[in-house]
Design a binder for this molecule. Structure first.
Ligand SMILES: [Zn+2]
Length: 413
């Protein structure tokens, strides 16, 4: 009797285009935004810093050294330590709008913060408005820090410091959101808070060319660090992924009017018909809200392989069965989840690398609609193994190949 356990490799992705199919991801208030020529948030906007390129595998990362740090992607100010960590790290997680790094998500969406006492009453009101927008519409909760070690210090920046966050997601220890006095409203605060919980800029999506034209030659000043802000995560060599469609209402999108050479109509980004577009900094868009849910309200997936051996002896094994999945809102797998998105499952049944086996199922895609899916059978498989007489069949044992690469989506057994 052989003991060869086929294993499941399961990839879970949210469906693109789900907001057009009658399944809104979350209930949101109707939105009427004023789209304007907002300048994009920038750290030290009046200073042209020295551009530094660092090699990162086969790709280059460009930052601008100014303001006592390294400005990455326009409004992320990295300190020396984080810059050096980026130089050393094996992977960067620059997704469409959010970090893929689980350790950078605030546990349970609980964000601790401390407030600079120098904000004016009006500015404090803006900050309260920004916090309220997150708390009324997403699972993020802001709590005044007492003694927590990981927290955001929201500081009122001096003239010229601009708007920035020192981290994408939770940095560990103190991190800063800098708001130059008099230069912001609730929307700009929400943009920087977006970075602090893990958002990147919307124009970094890999599918953005379907929706907009990007003309790198028109970026002014045409420095590599400015060009870098408009590249997709694919173009800068990072693995990433994206949900839903390009969102012109996203609070994380630049408008066409940023980094335009004065006196010209040379827009770095336009609609595909060549016309410039505006951006909004009023409130989180439906797409922003859905993304926060995606990141911070995880769905747990349990995959089950039901199979039988119809032939099994010392030299040969043949198994057949089905693959099914269940979704849960808790890590223990006891509370069935309601999916806020249609999910696309990509799964394969594989063997461990030290076994010779026949892959029964490869790259099979299944779409699970939003709602309460219950148990979903996503496919059948059959596997055949033949054994070398010298091989110890127990070396084939494996149950640990589950992978769910999306932020917020986890596989459990
Ligand atoms: Zn930004």
């Amino acid at each position: 009797m052989k003991n060869n356990f086929p294993a499941l490799l399961l990839l879970v992705a949210a469906m693109a285009s789900c907001r057009k199919d009658g399944n809104p991801p979350v209930s949101t208030p109707s939105q009427t935004f004023t789209l304007q020529q907002h300048p994009a948030e920038k750290a030290y906007p009046g200073i042209q810093g020295r551009v530094i390129g660092i090699q990162h595998g086969s790709d280059s990362i460009f930052v601008e050294k100014k303001g006592g740090g390294y400005v990455w992607m326009g409004d992320i100010l990295l300190d020396e330590q984080h810059f050096n960590a980026m130089k050393k790290s094996g992977t960067i997680t620059t997704d469409r709008t959010f970090t893929e790094d689980y350790t950078r998500l605030w546990p349970s969406g609980q964000v601790f913060y401390a407030l600079d006492p120098n904000f004016t009453a009006t500015e404090q009101g803006f900050i309260n408005d920004a916090i309220a927008d997150y708390q009324n519409n997403t699972p993020i909760r802001f709590t005044a820090r007492t003694n927590q070690s990981n927290y955001i210090y929201i500081q009122r920046g001096a003239t010229g410091t601009g708007l920035y966050s020192t981290s994408i997601g939770m940095a560990g220890g103190q991190q800063i959101i800098n708001l130059e006095g008099g230069m912001f409203g609730p929307g700009e605060i929400e943009h920087e808070m977006g970075h602090a919980i893990g958002f990147y800029h919307e124009q970094c999506r890999t599918d953005r060319d379907v929706w907009i034209n990007v003309n790198y030659n028109y970026i002014y000043p045409n420095t590599q660090s400015n060009i870098y802000q408009y590249q997709t995560y694919d173009e800068i060599g990072s693995s990433g992924w994206q949900i839903d469609q390009f969102d012109f209402n996203s609070i994380m999108l630049y408008s066409s009017y940023d980094l335009v050479q004065p006196g010209t109509n040379n827009y770095p980004m336009t609609l595909t018909n060549g016309q410039p577009f505006n951006s909004q900094r009023n409130a989180l868009s439906a797409g922003d809200i859905a993304t926060v849910f995606y990141m911070y309200q995880p769905v747990y997936v349990r995959a089950t392989l039901n199979y039988t051996d119809d032939e099994n002896d010392q030299t040969y094994q043949h198994s057949e069965g089905t693959v099914s999945v269940n979704f849960y809102s808790d890590a223990a797998g006891t509370v069935p989840a309601t999916l806020t998105y249609p999910l696309e499952l990509n799964y394969a049944v594989v063997t461990t690398s030290d076994c010779s086996g026949t892959m029964g199922v490869e790259n099979t895609f299944t779409i699970i609609p939003a709602g309460n899916p219950g148990t979903v059978t996503i496919g059948n498989f059959s596997m055949t193994y033949t054994y070398d007489s010298q091989m110890d069949p127990l070396t084939c044992y494996s149950q640990t190949t589950g992978v769910a690469p999306g932020v917020g989506y986890w596989q459990i057994y």
